[in-house]
Design a protein around this ligand. Structure first.
Ligand code: ATP
Ligand code: MG
Length: 574
């Protein structure tokens, strides 16, 4: 492609609202433009990057036996009423009416549509296993659309849905998709990790997220120092010795604790470690106030709590709500005499019988509290967030926390949708059964952003070759020189003949502008053709990953280029 005939409107400055590097670089490199919050137009270079990602995903999905279909974006409310999600999905679901006053939504995902489709098509066990997928635009009215393509409201997703006769079949479909995902992200040249994720009601190891590793990732993942265990922080299990403390013989007593709104302040005043204090956190769970207890040096894992409580919405209470259940101020809430029906405790609290907690009055705490004796705890469960250095819950070693970006998700759905929407088939014995489903997503547009978060420097993007809009940026440094033009044209033709996607910078611009744009756009290879080099019989070549420059002799250029290109690709692990 000749740059002069293409459209890559690069910018010096990033937009003011861009917080993360991928957002800044995508806009600066002329790949996307914002239409409105969380909604973007893809310019030609952006379309190419999306297309690279889609192509790899499509090839691997096809190889794994999935069949491509294309479902509508607009979905009628009745299907969502059937599945129960019309009410439950919350505000991310953009609902609207047509001219006949019928309710619709823009598809945030397609379980309802695909289940409705296949319950009308599949009659017999002979028609399964079946896995269908699409690459399509989704709409989710995210609370905080931000970070450009990373968390858009409108975005491109690949979503696949598997249908099987039984659990064993569904597990096999899951395994096939898991392997396909490994192939996909490996082929893309990305550093990634598959982690156990929250599988809600299904249980078992049937939800994995695929994380692109990047310091700037929104997700925290816990990875075993040695061993295969890796899990999303939301789900990562906190190991516990299982040693329960005996009942205490010491009665609790009240102490005066003025100006102690935090655990640290109580520690200082009473000269005790945070491990002896228990925090009481109050949440509003679907309108009811519940309490969660964790040790003073721990944090509540709200996903674990939400699953335990069985709530759809869970958020910290307001100051007014605190006053309805506790006479204390923030910092002096505690489980003893708390006017809350449901109190849950982290299971490691079973290991102690001498805790310090808030007294439910201002400026007061209780010492020597034994929950089994002094409070009513509904359940002791794993409720806390894991911390760096915690022992690994399975296999040896310790947990380290790193950051990642969720680019894919494989999930066993089981009977959730087939039961709700009555998707049945006849088995070998002519008996009616529900289909067992799985769903598998990849954020196609998020992959583009994640690749940039993982691979960039202060000058711009460093695209992994399989995702790069162009493999080579060929810079013609002097379009006024016949000799330079002739050589640059010749190299361009050679690269095209080789099927190497090349962006030929033949613009009437200063070399400095061309160098800057090439670094910003991030093709893995830069080739620089200039008068001085030609006199010496060389072109300069740069590996954008390492920024190392070498000179390629024009004698035997084709051979030299091919050999060196292989080295560059090998550097990416390809
Ligand atoms: P998240 O926790 O990031 O909100 P999710 O659990 O809602 O993700 P899924 O419903 O599993 O995501 O969607 C499948 C994939 O679609 C995700 O793995 C992610 O890569 C992508 N994705 C989800 N939401 C967005 C978004 N708002 N913008 C871009 N990509 C998204
Ligand atoms: Mg989401």
């Amino acid at each position: 492609m000749r740059f002069s005939q293409y459209y890559i409107p690069t910018l010096k400055e990033a937009p003011a609202d861009a917080e993360v590097i991928s957002h800044k670089l995508l806009v600066r490199a002329g790949m996307i433009r914002k239409l409105t919050s969380g909604i973007y137009t893809y310019l030609p270079l952006g379309v190419r990057a999306l297309e690279r990602v889609s192509r790899i995903v499509r090839e691997e999905m096809n190889k794994a036996g999935a069949l491509e279909i294309f479902m509508p974006t607009v979905q009628p409310s009745d299907l969502w009423e059937e599945s129960g999600r019309w009410q439950k999905y919350g505000k991310e679901l953009l609902r609207f009416k047509d001219r006949n006053d019928r309710d619709y939504c823009l598809g945030p995902t397609h379980e309802e549509v695909v289940t409705a489709l296949l319950r009308g098509e599949i009659r017999s066990y002979r028609q399964m296993p079946l896995n269908v997928y699409q690459i399509q635009t989704k709409f989710r009215d995210e609370i905080r659309p931000r970070f450009g393509l990373m968390r858009g409201r409108e975005f491109v997703m690949k979503d696949a849905y598997s249908f099987d006769c039984d659990d064993a079949g569904a597990d096999k479909s899951y395994e096939i998709m898991y392997r396909a995902y490994e192939n996909i992200f490996r082929r893309m040249g990305l550093k990634f990790r598959a982690v156990e994720a929250d599988s809600g009601a299904i249980g078992g190891n049937f939800s994995h997220e695929f994380m692109v590793l990047a310091d700037t990732g929104e997700d925290v993942i816990a990875v075993a120092s040695d061993g295969p265990y890796a899990a999303n922080l939301e789900r990562a299990e906190a190991a516990w010795s299982g040693q329960e403390a005996p009942l205490s013989q010491t009665a609790y007593e009240e102490v005066h604790t003025p100006d102690c709104p935090t655990v640290e302040a109580v520690c200082r005043l009473l000269s005790v470690p945070a491990t002896q204090i228990v925090k009481t956190m109050l949440y509003n769970a679907d309108g009811e106030i519940v309490a969660a207890l964790v040790r003073g040096d721990r944090e509540v894992n709200e996903i674990k709590l939400k699953n335990l409580v069985g709530a759809t919405e869970l958020e910290l209470v307001t100051a007014e709500e605190i006053a309805t259940v506790s006479g204390g101020n923030i910092g002096s809430i505690g489980p003893v005499g708390l006017k809350v029906k449901r109190i849950f405790a982290d299971r490691e609290l079973l290991g102690g019988n001498d805790w310090i907690v808030g007294a439910n009055k201002p400026d007061a705490h209780l010492l020597h509290v034994d929950f089994k004796r002094d409070a009513v705890i509904e359940a002791y469960k794993d409720l806390r967030q894991v911390q760096e250095g915690d022992p690994c819950p399975r296999g040896g070693g310790k947990l380290t926390l790193t950051r990642g970006i969720e680019v894919g998700h494989v999930f066993k759905l089981g009977l959730k949708y087939s039961e709700a929407m009555n998707a049945k088939f006849l088995d070998e014995n002519g008996k009616e059964k529900f289909m067992v489903m799985g769903c598998y997503g990849i954020g196609i547009s998020r992959v583009v952003a994640a690749a940039i978060e993982q691979n960039h420097d202060e000058y711009g993007i460093k695209f992994p070759p399989p995702l790069a809009p162009f493999h080579v940026s060929l810079l013609n440094l002097d379009i006024r020189s016949e000799q330079v033009n002739a050589k640059a044209d010749e190299i361009y033709e050679f690269l095209q003949a080789e099927g190497i996607e090349t962006l030929y910078d033949d613009r009437d611009e200063r070399p400095g502008v061309k160098f800057k744009d090439a670094d910003l756009i991030g093709s893995p290879i830069q080739l620089v053709v200039g008068g001085k080099g030609l006199e010496r019989g060389i072109v300069e070549a740069k590996d954008r990953r390492t920024n190392e420059k070498i000179e390629l002799s024009l004698e035997n250029f084709k051979r030299n280029f091919k050999d060196w290109r292989e080295q560059v690709w090998a550097g990416w692990g390809l």
